[in-house]
Design a protein around this ligand. Structure first.
Ligand code: G
Ligand code: G
Ligand code: MN
Ligand code: NA
Length: 254
């Protein structure tokens, strides 16, 4: 309860911040875009990670204003990178189920893009496969409307959900993000290596691009290069960092 009342005030007190983790092209390690990751900096609680407050934000409905702030802020930041570098980097934003189901969601996304002057193709919305499969009819309509706006749609944590693959051909996804649990042991476990190779092949056959998450060492990057994984993200390249540090990172990695 204490946590809930604190979270209610987090927005007005300006306690939320986005950290950014680069997503690089696997072939050359240069930046392609970034994922925005939310943090809550609270006087009493310290720095709180999303795993500790997103579930509460979902339950209470606070995810609606918080999620709106995240999308607006992320679009503004991506526009800033573009102005700084002249390059059309994408920004990926995590979308939670309740936020996605909100009737105002598509309009909100459109407004955030307009407000920032960011081309829709530079915003990627990350959605988990669990969400798609839980309410496929409503999800289908929302995904089509987002697709018509021109935003990119990705399946986050791919491979950890219900493993129903049929939705990939029915819905307008652009990207699969291979969950970090597969990448972690890709050099040690032949089964993980086989799955990662198969996911990349399948995704490409369906016209989807692939991001490997949780890349932590160089041998994994070689594996992913050898198997044609389009993009990579993980501590090997860079941890999630605050906006100012991120701008410095861009200067040396583009
Ligand atoms: O570093 P990391 O601890 O940031 O993220 C943990 C989890 O929180 C991930 O599953 C990530 O998708 C989720 N997450 C991070 N930022 C956001 C956000 O802005 N909105 C939602 N809904 N989830 C987020
Ligand atoms: O669920 P989602 O994929 O949105 O969550 C991304 C999460 O992965 C965030 O918590 C982020 O901090 C974390 N992360 C990013 N890179 C790495 C990495 O190389 N290793 C591990 N273990 N976690 C990572
Ligand atoms: Mn994500
Ligand atoms: Na993920």
């Amino acid at each position: 309860l204490q946590m809930e009342s604190n979270l209610r005030r987090a927005l007005e007190l300006d306690e939320l911040e986005l950290h950014y983790q680069p997503v690089v092209r696997t072939s050359d390690g240069l930046m392609a875009g970034a994922e925005a990751l939310l943090r809550w900096r609270n006087a009493e609680l310290g720095m709180v990670g999303p795993d500790r407050f997103i579930p509460l934000a979902e339950e209470t409905g606070l995810i609606i204003p918080i999620g709106a702030w995240v999308i607006r802020q992320a679009c503004l930041e991506a526009r800033r990178w573009q102005q700084l570098t002249g390059q059309p980097f994408f920004i990926a934003v995590n979308v939670s189920p309740r936020q996605f189901r909100d009737p105002g969601f598509v309009d909100l996304v459109n407004e955030a893009l307009q407000e920032a002057g960011l081309p829709a193709g530079q915003l990627e919305l990350e959605i988990t496969e669990r969400l798609i499969l839980d309410d496929s009819i409503e999800a289908s309509d929302t995904l089509s409307r987002l697709d018509e706006l021109g935003v990119r749609l990705s399946v986050d944590d791919f491979g950890t959900g219900y493993s129903a693959l049929s939705y990939l051909k029915s819905y307008p996804f652009d990207t699969l993000k291979i969950d970090k649990t597969f990448i972690g042991d890709v050099m040690i476990e032949e089964d993980d290596a086989a799955l990662v190779r198969a996911i990349i092949t399948m995704a490409h056959s369906l016209g989807l691009e692939v991001i490997a998450e949780g890349v932590e060492d160089e041998s994994q990057t070689h594996f992913l290069q050898d198997h044609g994984c389009d993009f990579s993200q993980g501590y090997f390249y860079c941890r999630p960092i605050v906006a100012d540090e991120f701008v410095e990172w861009i200067q040396t990695n583009t």
